[in-house]
Design a protein around this ligand. Structure first.
Ligand code: HAM
Length: 405
């Protein structure tokens, strides 16, 4: 038996129904915030991802050469492509631009529970607003989406400004390395790295920063820092909306395009892979040939949302099964058409079997059965049976949609 590729999943109809229901709830919230849905190609030029992250990222992506020798990659995330699309198609749109998306992404990772090689992200990007209000809106939208999806989660909001201030004397490479170790809370290696590079005095300040729970704590740890007022204003907006979050100034984020506000969310009922959202403010447009454009956004791990939210109630419209004997076959297709034109879900028997066997099958899949036999063809009437109650009545096909609705 052939198997699906490692790290991918099949979705049966019941699961798809659940996914579509949650998608719809999330789309509704995004729409209420003024975000419009977009779509980008599944594959992009590799350069789109290496231009910022370097060739190292190729190891983590699905990359291939097409028949024309072009180096391509399946998208590992949405942001880079969305910003490329903005530069290609939408530079002249009035700012800020509010876009959202639900995209399948591909990462060459070791699959485990909650971590797949093909997964979906529900994301949003707010392009062209460099304000505390924009940062706050993105976090509030993320919170609204996760709530609407029915996830129990906690949000951690941070900002790179104080960390960058503490590390301002370091070379760019040293800064990156120190931030990566801090992000992983790998204090041992951080201490060793700072010692080896002659920056041991920064260690206590950095550890202190990860323990800050308020902006006042941050000021105590690293004094006034550039961007402090902006950060204070953003937190003020979040507090005024009574958003439930904790401040975490040790967040760096794995992707290396973030410039200021950063945030992450964790679902309460997932295992090790419990990060359900990540986002922040960044600048990418200038790398893709556009003007330097401030942006912010996030990606929600949609598959993790589905596990965390559990089963949701979905409304299924009643289904009518049309059963017939050979002489009623054409009439059966006609009646199905009448019902479908009125928006009634209808399936027609396709197998050569008697009315008894057809009825048995219908009892498993449908709520109503319509029987068209010799008698019905001759009389022009049809028999409608409610499969839950067993009630049966005769009517003309034109009355069927109302009877069922
Ligand atoms: P990210 O943190 O790499 O950010 O991914 C966002 C979310 O996608 C994660 O928090 C996680 O829930 C989910 N995720 C990531 N990898 C996997 C996987 N292998 N299987 C299942 N779920 C996964 C980004 O991708 C940024 N583009 C977010 C962003 C948008 N920042 C600004 N705008």
């Amino acid at each position: 038996m052939l198997q699906k590729p490692r790290g991918t999943r099949d979705f049966l109809p019941e699961e798809m129904e659940q996914r579509r229901e949650i998608e719809m709830r999330m789309r509704r919230v995004a729409t209420l915030f003024g975000y419009h849905e977009i779509m980008t190609p599944t594959f992009e030029n590799q350069e789109l991802y290496t231009i910022k992250s370097g060739e190292g990222i190729i190891g983590e992506m699905y990359t291939f050469e097409d028949k024309g020798g072009r180096k391509l990659a399946l998208r590992p995330e949405g942001t880079a492509a969305v910003l490329r699309m903005y530069v290609n198609e939408a530079k002249v749109l009035p700012k800020p631009i509010r876009w959202c998306y639900l995209l399948d992404c591909y990462r060459y990772e070791r699959p485990q529970k909650g971590r797949y090689r093909q997964f979906w992200q529900f994301g949003a990007e707010l392009i062209g607003a460099d304000t505390a209000a924009a940062d706050a809106e993105i976090i509030l939208l993320a919170d609204g989406l996760l709530r609407a999806a029915g996830v129990n989660f906690s949000l951690q909001v941070g900002h790179l400004a104080p960390m960058k201030h503490i590390l301002s004397s370091l070379e760019e490479d040293d800064k990156k390395r120190a931030m990566a170790l801090l992000d992983k809370r790998n204090f041992e290696d951080l201490e060793e790295y700072l010692n080896n590079t002659g920056n041991s005095e920064l260690y206590d300040t950095l550890v202190g920063l990860t323990e800050c729970r308020s902006i006042d704590d941050a000021k105590r740890v690293c004094g006034d820092f550039p961007g402090m007022e902006r950060m204070e204003e953003m937190l003020g907006i979040l507090d005024s909306q009574e958003l439930d979050y904790s401040l975490n100034l040790g967040i760096v984020r794995g992707l290396d395009y973030y410039t200021g506000m950063v945030f992450e969310g964790f679902a309460e009922n997932l295992g090790a892979e419990n990060q359900i959202i990540g986002g922040g403010s960044y600048r990418l447009a200038h790398l893709f040939g556009g003007e330097d454009t401030p942006s912010c956004g996030f990606g929600i791990g949609f598959d993790r949302v589905m596990v965390s939210a559990g089963s949701v109630e979905t409304k299924r419209a009643p289904l009518v099964a049309i059963l017939y004997t050979q002489e009623g076959q054409k009439r059966a297709f006609e009646v199905a058409s009448i019902l479908r034109n009125e928006g009634v879900l209808t399936e027609v028997n396709l197998l050569e079997r008697g009315i008894g066997a057809q009825m048995k099958h219908a009892a498993k899949t449908a709520q109503y059965a319509v029987v068209i036999g010799k008698k019905e063809v001759e009389s022009g009437m049809i028999t409608l049976k409610n499969l839950a109650t067993g009630d049966q009545k005769e009517c003309v096909p034109g009355d069927l949609p109302d009877e069922v609705k």
